[in-house]
Ligand binder design. Structure first.
Ligand code: IMP
Ligand code: MG
Length: 184
């Protein structure tokens, strides 16, 4: 069995804080899109799957859910690289009201890529909803709905991983540096 306690440095966002903030954002989205025939929610795999599941179930407006998967070239755990489309949407988004749901913004490369890609398909509208943004200098990318700003450290839990582990923790925690600062 893994010794979770020693691998996590500290909890940065608690289960309760996440729950409250997800409700808050769902309420905001529900009123902003009131009267819209359908909101097309685009979850970015894998990280956004838990956030999206909780968020979508609190929406009070008609919506549908689709997914895209992206990955960064040369990504081995805690570094960012060039973005690559791994799995596309099932449907064209032309004339749809699209909301991208993403887990975390670090450098901003992923969201910038997604916005550019989807904008080119001429949706009726395009907005972004992000659970956490790291407090660091990142690309100037528009976040319409934001959950939390956290320090510039590697975090796991509530969908976020390190080498595909820790995704199902109910809170967001800083990973202990000894886990990811492997000397080159
Ligand atoms: P960006 O393109 O540098 O903004 O990075 C965004 C992507 O990197 C996210 O969608 C995550 O998959 C991953 N990522 C960045 N920082 C973290 C982190 O602290 N924990 C887990 N995943 C992260
Ligand atoms: Mg991600």
């Amino acid at each position: 069995m893994e010794d979770l306690q020693s691998e996590l440095a500290q909890v940065l966002v608690s289960e309760q804080q996440i729950r409250d903030q997800v409700s808050e954002i769902a309420g905001q989205i529900s009123s902003d899109y009131e009267g819209v025939d359908n909101l097309y929610i685009v979850g970015i795999l894998k990280g956004a799957f838990i956030f999206l599941a909780d968020l979508a179930r609190e929406l009070r407006i008609p919506h549908s859910v689709d997914f895209m998967a992206v990955s960064s070239y040369g990504k081995k755990g805690a570094t960012s690289g060039e973005v690559r489309l791994v799995m596309d949407l099932r449907e064209p988004v032309t004339d749809k009201h699209v909301l991208i749901v993403e887990d975390i913004i670090d450098t901003g490369q992923t969201l910038t890529y997604l916005l550019k890609t989807l904008k080119g398909r001429r949706p009726a509208s395009l907005k972004t909803c992000v659970l956490v943004r790291k407090d660091r200098k990142s690309l100037d990318v528009a976040i319409d709905y934001l959950g939390f700003v956290i320090p510039d450290v590697w975090v796991v839990g509530y969908g976020l991983d390190y080498l595909d582990r820790y995704r199902t923790l109910p809170f967001i925690a800083e990973l202990d540096r000894r886990v990811y600062d492997v000397p080159a």
